[in-house]
Design a binder for this molecule. Structure first.
Ligand code: NAP
Length: 264
């Protein structure tokens, strides 16, 4: 018996996001901006949020200038009222949320545990882990009545391996990895896919200090099989894939985009 070829084998629109509405937290710069622009280029209506309004406005304006539909909304992911207001604005303007990219994140301290303060621990966990939880609770739940949606949590290789002097950050990203798997299990019955993308070192404001450091940067680069840091061109493909029909059977997964770091 010959198994018929899947319809999708001839479907060149697998990555088409026309008609979908995406929210990208921390969309003002770096990885969030690159993902927002790529989702927009593939047809999604995009709401970018963060704390710095002028930068958000210029990212939204860039997307609109290329023919996309985009808005900038000020929201701090550590605040329930901000995220609830973000939800109300997006639902009011566009009616629904199909894709939630939980990208907002910080990594302000490189220090071993004995030099880490409680305040530093709390700050990183609050933004990187509780922020993801909060956005899933206030934005992701709006996907339940529609029985459809894709949540993409931005994680890190630090959530997979023990990077040095990164205890709070690693714990936050490890938490994001497990939140992703557990929520994928919970919400599979609602047709909502929940995945993570675990990036390696990508050149952004977050990492500029280490990747440009003459010794640390060179040592880190030598550790990467592809022998280079990621660029913002390397970033958005994984997010477009996970947002799209191409990933219709992918949930609870953490997609490593790390130049091979964790493979060796
Ligand atoms: N770069 C890397 O090598 C790398 C590797 C692995 C994972 N990641 C992860 O990728 C994500 C983006 O990192 P990036 O490198 O693009 O960093 P980035 O350039 O520093 O950008 C971080 C973004 O998050 C926003 N943000 C920070 N705190 C926020 C808050 N409380 N509420 C809302 N938005 C907030 C920032 O905007 P405002 O300051 O205006 O709010 C900014 O847009 C993070 O989750 C990071 O952990 C990065």
């Amino acid at each position: 018996m010959t198994v018929p070829l899947a319809v999708s084998a001839n479907d060149t629109g697998l990555f088409d996001l026309t008609g979908t509405v995406a929210v990208v937290t921390g969309g003002a710069r770096g990885i969030g901006r690159a993902i927002a622009q790529a989702l927009s280029a593939h047809g999604a209506t995009v709401a970018v949020c963060g704390r710095t309004v002028d930068r958000l406005e210029s990212v939204a304006a860039e997307m609109r200038a290329r023919g996309g539909r985009a808005v900038a909304i000020r929201a701090d992911v550590t605040r329930d009222d901000d995220v609830a207001q973000l939800r109300d604005i997006v639902l009011g303007e566009f009616g629904h949320i199909d894709v939630l990219v939980n990208n907002a994140g910080i990594d302000p301290h490189y220090a071993s545990l004995e030099h880490t303060t409680d305040a530093q621990w709390r700050q990183i966990i609050e933004v990187n882990l509780t922020g993801v939880y909060r956005c899933c609770r206030l934005l992701g739940t709006t996907m339940i009545p529609r029985a459809n949606g894709s949540i993409i949590n931005i994680s890190s290789i630090a959530g997979h391996i023990g990077l040095k002097r990164q205890v709070p950050y690693a714990a936050s990203k490890g938490g994001v990895e497990q939140l992703t798997r557990a929520l994928a299990h919970d919400w599979a019955e609602h047709g909502i896919r929940v995945n993570a993308i675990a990036y390696g070192f990508v050149e952004t404001d977050l990492t500029s200090e280490v990747v440009t450091h003459p010794h640390i940067g060179a040592r880190l680069r030598a550790r990467i099989p592809l022998n280079r840091f990621g660029t913002l061109d390397d970033v958005p493909g994984a997010a477009v894939f996970l947002a799209s029909r191409a990933a219709s059977y992918v949930t609870g997964h953490s997609l490593l985009v790390d130049g091979g770091w964790t493979a060796v």
